[in-house]
Design a protein around this ligand. Structure first.
Ligand SMILES: Nc1nc2c(ncn2[C@@H]2O[C@H](COP(=O)(O)OP(=O)(O)OP(=O)(O)O)[C@@H](O)[C@H]2O)c(=O)[nH]1
Ligand SMILES: [Mg+2]
Length: 193
């Protein structure tokens, strides 16, 4: 009887937890994106002042509930010396969000290299990827097709895993609603399919 009741309780109230890594070069907007996402999805969360966000040394963790799923985001620092720590988190992750600064054409190659290294990890094989072309609020930034072209030689390494490239502006909120909405649908769809 106890087993039955506890099973029922778990079915009704316990959420399935998933870990989603947020990766990308420093200054890409990962922490800003995490803050916007937490503000939009957590009822009682009073978001921090986005202009006060400083570079991440270590990681930030944020949790949101979406239906029966609890998504735990791990936002890792993107500075070059911190990138070597990313792979310590791969084994735990169910999805990766890779954030690109669409205004920084100069560092696009560097971002592509970091992305390519990340997707080359066997541990992440089959793990779905969401690539965010961030800072779309800035005039003359790179578009999603520009970024897809610059990253095109990563296609063989992406292989059969799901990969969606989505425009977004973490800072202004422009397109963040749709980005979050799609992200949620995307992750939930993937996790429950
Ligand atoms: N214009 C614009 N600026 C943004 C956007 N998102 C982030 N920024 C700015 O980009 C800078 C870096 O943002 P962070 O969120 O700290 O970047 P990060 O990827 O977490 O950087 P690290 O922690 O160093 O890895 C900050 O000055 C943000 O205000 C955006 O969508 N548009
Ligand atoms: Mg950060």
């Amino acid at each position: 009887m106890y087993t039955l009741l506890s099973g029922l309780y778990k079915y009704m109230f316990q959420k399935d937890e998933y870990c989603v890594l947020i990766l990308g070069l420093d200054n890409a907007g990962k922490t800003t994106f995490l803050e916007q996402t937490k503000t939009k999805f957590s009822k009682n969360y009073k978001g921090m002042n986005l202009s006060k966000i400083t570079t991440t040394v270590g990681l930030n963790i944020g949790t949101i509930d979406v239906g029966k799923a609890r998504l735990m985001f791990w936002d890792l620092g993107g500075q070059e010396e911190l990138q070597s720590l990313w792979d310590k988190y791969y084994a735990e992750s169910h999805g990766v969000i890779y954030v690109i600064d669409s205004t920084d054409e100069e560092r696009l190659g560097e971002s592509k290299n970091a992305f390519e290294k990340m997707i080359s990890s066997e541990v992440l094989e089959g793990v779905p990827l969401l690539v965010l072309a961030n800072k779309q609020d800035v005039e003359n930034c790179l578009s999603v097709p520009d970024i897809k072209t610059a990253f095109s030689d990563c296609a063989p390494k992406i292989g059969k895993r799901d990969c969606l490239v989505q425009p977004c502006s973490a800072l202004s909120g422009y397109l963040v609603i749709s980005a979050d909405y799609l992200l949620t649908l995307y992750l939930v769809f993937l996790f429950f399919s």
